[in-house]
Design a protein around this ligand. Sequence first.
Ligand code: FAQ
Length: 333
Amino acid sequence: MYTQAMDTAPQEARKPVRSAEEARLEERFEARIDEGGFVEAKDWMPEHYRKTLVRQISQHAHSEIVGMLPEGNWVTRAPTLKRKAILLAKIQDEGGHGLYLYAAAETLGVSRDEMLEALHSGRAKYSSIFNYPTLTWADVGVIGWLVDGAAIMNQVPLCRCSYAPYARAMIRICREESFHQRQGYDALLVMMQKGTDAQRAMVQDAVNRWWWPSLMMFGPHDSDSVHSAQSMRWGIKRISNDDLRQKFVDATVEQAKVLGVTLPDPDIRWNEERQHYDFGRIDWDEFWRVVGGEGPCNRERMAARVKAWEEGAWVREAALAYARKREAAREAA
Ligand code: FAQ
């Protein structure tokens, strides 16, 4: 399985001896967190807090840019000019989200080159969901509805993350994600209500394939989540993996009814006592296989990212040369 590049050693093992000054700073930091305050890049923060953020934000950034690939597969085959323009705008937004997030991670002292090296070498994680194939046009709609839907559920609470640069990035991102989800739902609604039997079957097939991987996006159960307790204490995560997953199921079951599709889980039923929908068991073996690099498209995704990076080298060189030239001209003036 991949090991995460920037936060691997057990915390206890590498806890340094703290000076009195550090203890005082940490106390102030904890007090600010307890009051629900925000932390800015220039503020003192514990090393473990910084590393946790670098890990989460960089994984999130990688997810956005790898997430461009499954949909990118359909740009040339979108069924109408309107759908093609919408899809292009959505994919472009995702590239933008990656950039906001890399910039937010950079404020924590890690460079973009380091983060991308971790991605390309296979040491960094990105969301498991983007290792599944997009076989038909309906997959594009289902990604908008379910994948962006799950992403929004997870990301809205991040707008209140205690690290302010991440929270600010998330506010912009969530506005755009909301459009992404609607466009997906709208595309599916058109196929379900105005399409042929074959198109309706195509939507149902895509829902069958994407439902369970979408539930996996929220991460392992709370009892198996290694980072949740500390991240929640620090106000990085505001709602737990399981609670977010439940909120997603509750919202999505109702949307599926309007759409006229069946969610592929015979155990979904309303639980009057819990006031939530019950649902079946997630296949965690599949989840960890995909996270560990053995999903249907992991190799293809990484190969596409590395190729784009290598083929884009001349753009980076040209941009740097231009920046250097401007700098030299400024110094000479
Ligand atoms: N895939 O202890 P926890 C999007 C890893 S963006 C892969 O619970 P944590 C937009 C986790 O990293 C989607 N790995 O960890 C879009 C950790 O490994 P590590 C991405 C996963 O951090 C839409 C280990 O398992 N969103 O979709 C996954 O407290 C459409 C133990 O897990 C974000 O990244 C997974 N699904 O909670 C783009 C949101 N789940 O690091 C294009 C921000 C867990 O120790 C098209 N991130 N792992 O090696 C988060 O909220 C959190 O990081 C979680 C995981 C909830 C993902």
